[in-house]
Design a protein around this ligand. Structure first.
Ligand code: NI
Length: 194
């Protein structure tokens, strides 16, 4: 195991965040270069307390992302998600319903806003071994996956905020919105199981 390298996280305005990331050829997934990069991506996500991190957020426009929620101080109401690495992922909504998810992003410093997300979706792609993944994601967890996969298409959560009046700093979120949102988040988890 090599020593991991913490990678620099691109901030909004960096062109790489707006690039459509390139697919990784299946036969390259297990290469040392890609495996080392995935280890660094995971380490960087954990160091920054992210719920997820997409490769183009660390200046590598490849269709790779990592997602993990354990006890996350940035998102205390989020259900846990075991470490998931996705290569060339595709998300397909399994409902027409949406819920409003209060999102933030390591590439959008000190800003949160409400984004409509599908509470039930199918995610397909490859895992870090290059093996096929086919999973259903639900509730807040489904929102987390949609946020990360949007990055790979050059989209940031701010693009999807409908009510611009919902935009707020993290302090203002804690002061004015967190209690109400945590309650709504609990209902989403109750109904959708995620
Ligand atoms: Ni993000």
């Amino acid at each position: 195991m090599h020593a991991v390298t913490l990678l620099k996280i691109a901030q909004i305005g960096e062109p790489v965040l707006r690039q459509i990331a390139e697919p990784v050829p299946a036969e390259e997934v297990k290469s040392e270069a890609i495996q080392t990069f995935i280890d660094d991506l995971i380490a960087t996500m954990r160091d920054a307390n992210g719920a997820g991190l997409a490769a183009n957020q660390v200046f590598r426009p490849l269709r790779i992302c990592a997602i993990e929620v354990s006890d996350n101080p940035r998102y205390p109401y989020k259900p846990k998600i075991p470490l998931t690495v996705l290569v060339n992922p595709v998300v397909t909504p399994l409902t027409k319903l949406t819920f409003d998810n209060y999102e933030g992003c390591l590439s959008v410093p000190n800003l949160r806003g409400l984004v409509p997300r599908y509470p039930h979706a199918r995610v397909t792609g490859l895992d870090r071994e290059g093996q096929p993944v086919d999973m259903e994601v639900k509730g807040l967890t489904a929102g987390t996956f949609q946020h990360e996969l949007d990055h790979l298409d050059g989209r940031l959560f701010v693009d999807s905020v409908i009510d611009l009046a919902s935009l707020c700093t993290w302090d203002a979120f804690a002061r004015y919105h967190q209690a109400d949102f945590a309650e709504r988040a609990r209902r989403v988890v109750d109904v959708w199981g995620g």
